[in-house]
Design a protein around this ligand. Structure first.
Ligand code: ATP
Length: 352
C-alpha cells in the first residue's frame, strides 16, 4: 500500500504546524520522519492515520483519496511511545483484542484467534509471556507486545510514533535492530517518527528531515548524512563545527586553511566540518589551523579534544581511542588541525 501526501497543511490557531507537505511513502518501505521537537512529525502521522483532519491537501492510500475516511476505514496499525496496553488483560488477551472486537461476520473463531495470537507472539519472540499482565513486563517487552497487537488486525500501513522513546539506550538499540529485521520479513508500508538521528539512519529505508512544518530533505540514510541539502540537515544529523570565514577569489579562508566557496557569493561564508573529519598533528603545514587543547573528554571508543582556535568557537575533534593513545594529547598543548572534509554554506541574511 503506497501513501501519497499531497500538499498537506495544518494550522493550530495562527501557528502553522505543517506547511504544504508533499511526500510519497512507497509500498513496503520503512520511512522515518525525523526532526526536532515541535517540527510537525506527530501531526503528520496523525493526519495519515485519520486522527486529525488537514486544513488543506489530500492523503491517498494506493491512489485512492482517503482524506475524508474515518480512522477505522483506513486499516492502519499504531504503536505509540506510551502505548497503554490494557492493564487488566493478559498479554494474550491484549493481542487478541483487535480480533475479538470485529463484527461477527468477520470475527475469527476462538481456535483461529488462538493460533493467530501465538503466531504473532512468536514473531515478536515473546510467546512465553502470553499469560503475564502488562505490569509484569519490561518497557521493551511492552512495546513488542504493542507491536504484536497492532499487527493482529493485519494492517496495510503501520504507524509508529517514537515507539522506543521511553526506553533506555541499550534496549532502544536492540529494539530498533529487531524492528528492522521484522520489517524485512513483513514488508508492511511503515512510517516511523523519531527525533533521534541515529535511530532514523539505522532503521529506515528513506528519511524525511523536517523542520518548522516543512521538509528540508528526503533521501536514503546515506544521502541525508553524506549529502545534506541544507545547513539545518547538516547540523541535525550529527555534531558539526562551524567556522566563520572570509571569501576571497573563490576560497573561504579560515586562518591558514581555505575551502572552495560556492560561486558568485558575497564575502562571508560558514565552513562546516564534522568532529571526526579533522586530523590533528603537532606539526603545522599548508592549510592547517593552529589551536590550543582546552579539554580532553574520554567517551569510550572515541575521544573528543576541544581546541581553542583564534577567532572561532571552540573546535571539537573526534579521535579513535587508538589515535588518541598514540598521540598522547594533553590539555594546553598547541596543535594543528587539518579538516579532511568540509562544506561551505553562505547563510541567508536571517541566519547571520
Ligand atoms: P515532538 O517530537 O515534541 O512530539 P513533533 O515534531 O511531533 O514534536 P507535533 O506534535 O506535530 O510536533 O506538533 C507540531 C506543533 O504543533 C507544535 O508546536 C505543537 O505545539 C503544535 N500542536 C500540536 N497539536 C496541537 C493542538 N492540538 N493544538 C495546538 N497546537 C498544537
Amino acid at each position: 500500500m503506497s501513501i501519497e501526501i499531497r500538499n498537506i497543511a495544518k494550522r493550530f490557531g495562527n501557528f502553522t504546524a505543517l506547511d504544504h507537505i508533499n511526500l510519497e511513502v512507497k509500498t513496503g518501505e520503512l520511512l522515518a520522519l525525523l526532526g526536532p521537537s515541535g517540527c510537525g512529525k506527530t501531526t503528520l502521522l496523525r493526519i495519515i492515520a485519520g486522527l486529525e483532519a488537514p486544513d488543506d491537501g489530500q492523503i491517498l492510500f494506493h491512489g485512492e483519496d482517503t482524506t475524508e475516511k474515518h480512522v477505522r476505514e483506513r486499516n492502519v496499525g499504531f504503536v505509540f511511545q506510551h502505548y497503554a496496553l490494557f492493564r487488566h488483560m493478559t498479554v494474550f488477551e491484549n493481542v487478541a483484542f483487535g480480533l475479538r472486537v470485529r463484527p461477527k461476520e468477520t470475527r475469527p473463531s476462538d481456535a483461529e484467534i488462538k493460533r493467530k495470537v501465538h503466531e504473532l507472539l512468536n514473531l515478536v519472540q515473546l510467546d512465553w509471556l502470553a499469560d503475564r499482565y502488562p505490569a509484569q513486563l519490561s518497557g521493551g517487552q511492552r512495546q513488542r507486545i504493542a507491536l504484536a497487537r497492532a499487527l493482529a488486525v493485519e494492517p496495510k500501513v503501520l504507524l509508529l510514533d517514537e515507539p522506543f522513546g521511553a526506553l533506555d539506550t541499550k534496549v532502544r538499540k536492540e529494539l530498533r535492530r529487531w524492528l528492522r529485521r521484522l520489517h524485512d520479513e513483513m514488508h508492511i508500508t511503515s512510517v516511523f517518527v523519531t527525533h533521534d538521528q541515529e535511530e532514523a539512519l539505522e532503521v529506515a529505508d528513506r528519511v524525511v528531515v523536517m523542520n518548522k512544518g516543512k521538509i528540508e530533505q528526503l533521501g536514503s540514510p546515506s544521502d541525508v548524512y553524506d549529502k545534506p541539502a541544507t545547513p539545518f540537515v547538516y547540523q541535525f544529523l550529527g555534531d558539526v563545527n562551524l567556522f566563520q570565514s572570509r571569501v576571497h577569489e573563490g576560497w573561504a579562508h579560515v586562518g591558514d586553511a581555505r575551502f572552495a566557496a560556492p560561486q558568485g557569493q558575497t564575502d562571508q561564508a560558514v565552513v562546516y566540518v564534522r568532529p571526526h573529519e579533522i586530523d590533528v598533528s603537532r606539526e603545522g603545514g599548508a592549510g592547517a589551523l593552529s589551536g590550543v587543547i582546552s579539554h580532553v573528554r574520554l567517551l569510550g571508543a572515541t575521544v573528543r579534544l576541544e581546541v581553542d582556535v583564534a577567532g572561532q568557537d571552540a573546535v571539537e575533534v573526534e579521535l579513535t581511542r587508538e589515535r588518541y593513545l598514540q598521540g598522547d594529547w594533553k590539555v594546553a598543548e598547541t596543535v594543528y588541525l587539518l579538516p579532511r572534509e568540509a562544506r561551505v554554506y553562505v547563510p541567508s541574511a536571517a541566519e547571520w
